[in-house]
Design a protein around this ligand. Structure first.
Ligand code: FES
Length: 558
């Protein structure tokens, strides 16, 4: 089979001369560049802690590529650090995906190894690789080691949020807060609970785009480097076998990923990223498919924020292969993976080592999956709710709306002692969606008002068109679509309106008559645009709503 890189190096014209001469100028001999060329798509950055060890991971990948007869060539793409990038990394996920897609396509690469870690870096590289569609394998950076403070185990950032509430309630001193800050992040790697980074690494594994076991190996564990070396060998085999993403990322693979998402209590952000990846291959992933699979899939992984343990424990308990082995009766067993083998073959030897961390199928933590999809007049195009991370007594709730018009309005008033708010109210945030915020930031888990925290309240029903960090918890309705900024019904909610949430029935209802909603709609006008030029303008004019994964309309494949 003629390889892609030969179109650059096997030419007799001046272009072939230039390609060869400039490659020789980097010190490569003809023997090297005549081999299969493997790009290593690098998201290492000094600005991105979660990915700070990926240069060492790349060295391990290179050993494997060279050993298998390929030539590794590392190249940089945008790296997005969840805590540091403002206003939100989600604003730039599509930019990063475009960077990856175009660089993979533009260079003489026969295959690519995708190195990712922090939240958006994994879906962005999968989206880009799916569109470029040359053989690709992913190696994620792995979770940080578990944090420790005063005999307690800490997970970022589930415990950042938990202790921040205690600080605001007056139950924690500033000194203790700084001690926690010093103790929580012990190593390189991404957040060590089942947040978005761990979830998306698990999704990459469940989709078949990584070697089995990749997702949970802690970042500093030498087994991650060994898996990286093995991935380097495997990409050369995948080039020979022409194992492109379009052969692996099939409807069956997405079903498997959603099944695993539900079983691990994964991040709600996967309900945005998976449709975006699928859209790059022309596949639809409607919200109802998530809900159907959720109803059929027991929740097995006892990992924060829905459970008690951390990713390190999850790794020792067997990781994603053990979960998938348990789920095999519910999975598409024959789905092809980057190993060239089926899902069932990949996990044949896996086993659960600790049944408290990973429950067997016949003794789950919860009979249904972690995430459900809500419908109703407040969210005609759907909304998302993580039932395993919510207070059980709030799964059915009726309350009075307390409305915040924007993130600024929220910041200014949430801790106002005169705010008219009661524990059984429903906090509503407008203008936090893909266009409204912009970038759909992870502000959907609105803080509990300070005066209620001081009364001992730790959870309330909260509703927004924004997202929530995968590490967060609470009775939080997210991704309300259409969003308020484009005139969705969320924009029409007023203080004092009654709202009913019924998670078992999958309903979210604004108890206001159609006539009154029509009257309010006639008075509504869209907010001013956040950007008039540049990437921000491109984003505002082309971003899709949450059910389509917030990808740009022109990047989805018809
Ligand atoms: Fe990077 Fe949490 S901050 S994964």
């Amino acid at each position: 089979m003629r390889r892609r890189s030969q179109d650059w190096f096997d030419r007799d014209d001046v272009s072939g001369f230039v390609h060869r001469a400039w490659t020789k100028a980097s010190g490569y001999t003809e023997t090297s560049y005549r081999r299969p060329i493997v790009g290593i798509c690098q998201t290492w950055s000094e600005l991105n802690h979660c990915n700070r060890h990926l240069r060492e991971v790349a060295e391990a990948v290179k050993r494997g590529v060279l050993e298998a007869g390929g030539l590794p060539m590392e190249f940089p793409v945008i790296s997005l650090s969840e805590p540091l990038v403002k206003p939100t990394t989600m604003l730039f996920r599509n930019l990063m995906a475009m960077d990856a897609e175009e660089m993979i396509r533009a260079y003489p690469l026969d295959g690519v190894v995708l190195l990712s870690g922090c939240d958006k870096t994994t879906p962005a590289l999968l989206m880009g690789a799916a569109s470029a569609d040359i053989p690709a394998i992913m190696v994620t950076g792995g979770p940080m080691l578990t944090g420790h403070w005063q005999g307690q185990q800490l997970g970022a950032c589930t415990d950042c949020r938990r202790y921040e509430q205690e600080l605001r309630a007056g139950n924690l001193t500033r000194e203790q807060w700084v001690e926690i800050e010093d103790s929580i992040c012990r190593s390189a790697g991404h957040c060590m609970v089942m947040g978005t980074a761990s979830t998306m690494a698990s999704m990459a594994e469940a989709l078949g785009m990584t070697l089995p076991g990749n997702a949970a190996i802690p970042a500093p564990d030498s087994r991650r480097l060994r898996l990286a070396e093995e991935s380097g060998r495997q990409i050369v085999a995948a080039i020979d076998a022409d194992l492109r993403p379009s052969r692996i990322l099939t409807p069956e693979a997405f079903d498997n990923a959603i099944r695993v998402l539900m079983a691990i209590g994964g991040s709600t952000n996967a309900v945005i990223h998976l449709p975006a990846i699928a859209g790059r291959l022309g596949l639809e992933l409607p919200l109802d498919r998530f809900d159907r699979i959720s109803r059929e899939t027991p929740f097995l992984a006892n990992v924060k924020p829905s459970g008690e343990y951390h990713m390190e424990d999850f790794f020792y308990a067997g990781g994603i292969p053990a979960v998938m082995k348990e789920l095999l009766p519910l999975l598409h067993r024959e789905a092809l993976t980057i190993t060239g083998r089926s899902v069932a073959e990949n996990v044949a030897a896996a086993q659960i080592v600790n049944r408290d961390v990973i429950r067997p199928l016949d003794d789950p933590l919860y009979p249904e999956g972690g995430i459900v999809v809500l419908r109703g007049n407040l969210c005609p195009d759907g909304a998302v709710f993580k039932q395993t991370a919510a207070s059980p007594e709030l799964l059915r709730h009726r309350g009075r709306a307390v409305v915040f018009r924007s993130l600024r309005d929220l910041d200014e008033r949430i801790d106002d002692p005169n705010l008219d708010v009661r524990p059984d109210d429903v906090l509503v945030l407008q203008g936090c969606g893909p266009i409204g915020a912009p970038g759909m930031p992870e502000k959907g888990n609105l803080p509990i008002p300070q005066k209620l925290l001081q009364q001992g309240v730790r959870d309330m029903v909260r509703i927004s068109d924004g997202r929530m960090s995968g590490t967060a918890f609470g009775a939080v309705v997210l991704h309300v679509a259409p969003e308020a900024a484009v005139g969705g019904p969320l924009a029409l909610v007023r203080d004092g309106d009654m709202i009913t949430l019924d998670v078992p029935a999958r309903r979210l209802t604004l108890e206001v008559s159609d006539a009154e909603l029509a009257r309010r709609r006639a008075e509504w006008s869209p907010p001013p645009a956040h950007y008039e030029r540049g990437y921000g303008w491109l984003y505002l004019n082309h971003v899709n709503q949450a059910p389509l994964g917030c990808d740009f309309d022109f990047l989805r494949r018809a």
